[in-house]
Design a protein around this ligand. Structure first.
Ligand SMILES: NC(=O)c1ccc[n+]([C@@H]2O[C@H](COP(=O)([O-])OP(=O)(O)OC[C@H]3O[C@@H](n4cnc5c(N)ncnc54)[C@H](OP(=O)(O)O)[C@@H]3O)[C@@H](O)[C@H]2O)c1
Length: 327
């Protein structure tokens, strides 16, 4: 049997640093295209319950690429350690195991790539969103793995973003993220500020308007109103801001986080309820009355996992990273 390549978290992180983000976006666009062309297979996922986690087992196949099985354990309580996960990739010809890749960072990257592709498509298709010389403001709720990937991929697809406001319920994690992003040379021209939703503290000026002396809620309202793109990347089951705050400046919202509870019922989502329409078989967060706000529900599909893991495995081979194990 041919050897199997085992790619650790550390090596996935090194590959993500070296990889061209455009290659990530192309891999994800191809996964969405394959899904639309009905050349993917994704059986229902299997869930195993443990006292502390729900372990999700998710097989999927892109006929034109390969098959993979991702296993992710979602903690039942808040965890600062992200989601433990691994993906087994099979060889497309022989169906033998080809690689075992740490999935912890990749889920965030593939989900953010979906949001970024949608945002780029929306901007490309709507001239009123972007005028020459405009600079854009991105507002991200949350400061975890998803928030970081969303900032990175949104800055890649929309280089017109000159300001990023990270709104988190606690300040230290948002500060850490600002420091981390600020240390990366490619973001040198972007002003990145942390804002604490509960106390109103921030690490820098939010806008030219004097809002720092105002109540946290008033400051947050101002932040929502200056945003061109908002990404809600939290575990919140309650609306993060009231819908009427969005005053119609042609903005885009990308939302992730839980929308169904474990029984498949619609649960409280992070977006204001007036942005969400329930259709027969799905929850489609579109705005029926508000033509000025476009919403992309960034759930992610299993085919994206197949594509991102195959890409990372190819790159690991190219860079000779990971342990090659006789099987
Ligand atoms: N759709 C998908 O494909 C997909 C994929 C992966 C993850 N997700 C979902 O995306 C969300 C974020 O994931 P992540 O990996 O970034 O998580 P994470 O690293 O644990 O970060 C969670 C963030 O949400 C904030 N938060 C938690 N509970 C909150 C609440 N009740 N109100 C306001 N903020 C709250 C936390 O704030 P503090 O720093 O103050 O704790 C933190 O900034 C999760 O719901 C996750 O399940 C979705």
């Amino acid at each position: 049997m041919p050897p199997v390549r085992v790619v650790s978290l550390e090596h996935v992180a090194a590959i993500l640093k070296a990889i061209d983000l455009e290659d990530v976006l192309v891999s994800q666009a191809k996964a969405f295209h394959a899904y639309s062309a009905k050349v993917t297979q994704t059986p229902n996922r299997i869930t195993l319950g443990t006292p502390a986690h729900s372990t999700l087992i998710m097989p999927s196949r892109i006929d034109t690429l390969t098959s993979a099985i991702k296993i992710v354990s979602v903690p039942k309580t808040d965890s600062k350690n992200g989601l433990p996960g691994v993906t087994l990739v099979l060889d497309n010809e022989t169906a033998e195991p080809r690689g075992l890749v740490n999935a912890r960072l990749l889920t965030a990257v593939r989900t953010a790539a979906g949001s970024a592709l949608a945002t780029r498509a929306i901007f490309n298709n709507n001239n009123s969103l972007m005028k020459a010389g405009d600079s854009l403001t991105l507002v991200v709720f949350g400061a975890g793995a998803q928030a970081k990937s969303h900032v990175q991929l949104l800055l890649h697809v929309l280089p017109q973003i000159r300001k990023v406001v990270i709104c988190n319920r606690t300040l230290p994690r948002a500060q850490e993220l600002v420091k981390d992003l600020g240390s990366q040379s490619q973001y040198a021209g972007v002003e990145i500020v942390a804002f604490c939703i509960s106390t109103g503290e921030s690490t820098g000026p939010i806008s030219s308007s004097q809002i720092s002396g105002q109540q946290p809620k008033e400051q947050l309202k101002h932040i929502v109103q200056i945003a061109d793109v908002i990404c809600t990347c939290t575990n919140s089951r309650e609306a993060l801001f009231p819908g009427e705050w969005e005053t119609g400046q042609d903005s885009i919202l990308a939302e992730l986080g839980q929308i169904f509870d474990e029984h498949g019922q619609l649960s409280h989502a992070a977006l204001p309820p007036e942005f969400i329409t329930v259709t027969k078989s799905d929850v489609t967060p579109t705005d029926v009355n508000r033509k000025d706000v476009t919403i992309f529900k960034s759930v992610g599909i299993a085919a994206q996992d197949v594509a991102i893991t195959a890409l990372v495995l190819d790159k690991a081979e190219e860079m000779n990273l990971g342990a090659v194990v006789d099987f």
